[in-house]
Design a protein around this ligand. Structure first.
Ligand code: PBG
Length: 339
């Protein structure tokens, strides 16, 4: 029997009341995940021999230009607003200077033109960095074993113009050279691309979670050493704020945190400190973790994959680049509430 004579022994606040039924959970929910928050990552391929799944990324294939157009149509139909494109490049097309990055007919440029023709409304985000094109796999130029900062920036400004000319709406430098945002902004403006946005990979870490991406773009076995002289040290967080401060001062419109899930603190920190749109990249290794765990029976892929995305939103992410963005949009469109 309950003894009501001592009301003080009951908790005044019972947080479980707000969790008791799904209608009140929905009314009281803080974060929301909708298709419009998602950006589909697309790895492009030239060669039909590469049509199979990317190692460790079951369910994800490299896309031919035609596949990419289809993906754009499907993404748009499901409420996705933009695609982020990355090219696979074979060894034969790579050289020390990453020359192919400046070819106005390279895979990235052909894909952009084809997508813009078929789905002109969709936004296109182009990765600005040399790693898909260099025969040493680095994002910059290598001289005497060192990554040259300012020489690399000069090439990146050219690459940004090539991508903008092909139709990319957003230039997304992922190279982590110092001063590249200002240089790219100036060059874009000078060439008449004042309307093109810059999404800076500002808080980008030297991370093992990029592992499957190396296979995806053909850098596996190509990359010499690691990227720790230019990408951030996973031990640091204040440095992320310094990167964002500089990139915004140099003209970035939006900033990115990458990887995502192990770095949600950096998303929250960035969103709290700066009044700009914050993107996050749920990278290849994060996808692999979800897929491999699901394959081992640890959880249902769809459920865990949606939970991961809502966590990005709760942390303060405005837009999330994901390999399963379109699938997630499809699941969200089918369901009347967040699972
Ligand atoms: C480099 C770049 C990387 C990714 C996107 N752009 C890898 C790196 O910095 O080494 C990783 C994406 C992923 O892992 O999904 N320009």
């Amino acid at each position: 029997m309950i003894d009501n004579s001592f009301p003080g022994r009951f908790p005044a606040t019972r947080l479980r009341r707000l969790r008791g039924q799904s209608w009140i959970r929905d009314l009281a929910a803080e974060a929301e995940l909708a298709p419009r928050h998602l950006i589909q990552a697309v790895i492009l391929r030239e060669d039909d021999a590469l049509a199979g799944p990317i190692p460790a990324m079951e369910g994800i294939k490299r896309a031919s230009v035609n596949d990419a157009v289809e993906m754009a149509q499907n993404a748009w139909k499901n409420g996705i607003k933009a695609l982020a494109l990355f090219p696979h490049t074979g060894k034969e097309a790579r050289d020390p200077e990453g020359t192919a990055a400046l070819d106005p007919d390279n895979l990235m440029c052909r894909a952009a033109r084809a997508i813009k023709e078929a789905v002109p409304q969709i936004g296109l985000i182009g990765d600005v960095a040399l790693d898909p094109y260099t025969d040493h796999g680095h994002d910059g130029l290598l001289r005497d074993g060192e990554i040259v900062n300012d020489g690399t920036v000069a090439v990146l400004t050219e690459q940004a113009v090539v991508l903008a000319s092909a139709g990319y709406d957003v230039l997304a430098p992922s190279d982590m050279m110092d001063g590249r945002i200002g240089a790219i902004r100036k060059k874009l403006d000078h060439e008449g691309f004042t309307d093109r946005m810059i999404l800076s990979y500002a808080v980008k870490y030297a991370s093992k979670f990029y592992g499957p991406y190396r296979d995806a773009i053909g850098s596996r076995g190509v990359l010499q050493g690691d990227k720790r002289t230019y990408q951030m040290d996973p031990r640091n967080s204040a440095e992320g704020n310094r990167e964002v401060t500089l990139d915004l001062a140099e003209g970035a419109d939006m900033v990115m945190v990458k990887p995502g899930m192990p770095y949600l603190d950096m998303i929250a920190r960035t969103k709290a400190a700066f009044n700009v749109p914050v993107a996050a990249f749920q990278v290849s290794g994060e996808y692999a973790m979800l897929r491999c765990a699901a394959a081992e029976g640890a959880f249902d892929f769809e459920d865990a994959a949606l939970e991961a995305l809502i966590c990005f939103r709760r942390a303060g992410t405005d837009m999330i680049i994901s390999y399963y963005a379109t699938d997630a949009a499809g699941w969200l469109n089918q369901k009347s509430r967040f699972p």
